[in-house]
Write a protein that binds this ligand. Structure first.
Ligand SMILES: [Zn+2]
Ligand SMILES: [Zn+2]
Length: 213
């Protein structure tokens, strides 16, 4: 069994996830910790549960999902993984923070490593199928775990909503295609963890989501 721990961080109410296996190996997805107390909350959870943090994974590289990337990767000395199509977004982090006048203390993010298309990602007893779901950002991915029946889907599909596509690199047609051709092909009872807001299921969004009729 994998454990999924959700944190909601920063002024954008972004959801950060730590996934851990029985071996205590764990990964962090979209570390959005911004304030010192949020960083402390993560560190305390990791140490209280004796977790071995192995890597930072990004569904995508918008700033609200990246405020803690530099801090976490340096503190735990671990690599950051993104899809190569999101490198432009990843590299624009400081510029976009400056644009919004958001003060950031850790200004440099490490060089990331890249997922391959339809890759499987494995660390100890944690494994994900990487689903390429562009649209909200050009290199957006979702992490699907079949055994435990969940997908961490970032800002692609939300409860009763979908990701915005008005940011640089966004594309509405691609987003709809990603949801229908990738996410909606998963089993109906798959639990969907979102980058903002509540969890949902594939079944619920297929029948109720007003943007996907
Ligand atoms: Zn986003
Ligand atoms: Zn977001």
């Amino acid at each position: 069994m994998l454990t999924v721990k959700k944190f909601t961080f920063n002024p954008f109410s972004e959801n950060t996830y730590i996934i851990s296996g029985e071996s205590k190996d764990s990964v962090i997805i979209d570390p959005g910790c911004f304030y010192d107390h949020e960083k402390k909350e993560l560190d305390t959870y990791i140490s209280n549960n004796n977790l071995q943090l192995k890597c930072v994974l990004h569904t995508h590289s918008h700033l609200d999902h990246m405020f803690g990337t530099s801090y976490i990767s340096k503190k735990y000395n671990i690599n950051v993984w993104i899809h190569s199509e999101d490198k432009i977004t990843y590299d624009s982090f400081q510029k976009v923070c400056d644009l919004y006048s958001i003060p950031i203390s850790n200004r440099s993010n490490p060089n990331p490593k890249y997922f391959s298309l339809n890759d499987t990602f494995q660390y100890g007893d944690i494994n994900f199928k990487i689903l390429f779901v562009p649209g909200h950002s050009p290199g957006h991915v979702a992490f699907y775990n079949k055994e435990n029946n969940f997908v961490i889907n970032g800002d692609c599909l939300f409860e009763n909503s979908i990701g915005r596509t008005d940011l640089p690199g966004g594309d509405h047609g691609s987003l709809i295609k990603s949801i229908k051709e990738k996410l909606f092909q998963l089993p109906e009872n798959t639990l969907v963890y979102c980058g903002h807001g509540n969890e949902t299921t594939i079944e619920k969004e297929k029948s109720e989501n007003p943007f996907l009729r």
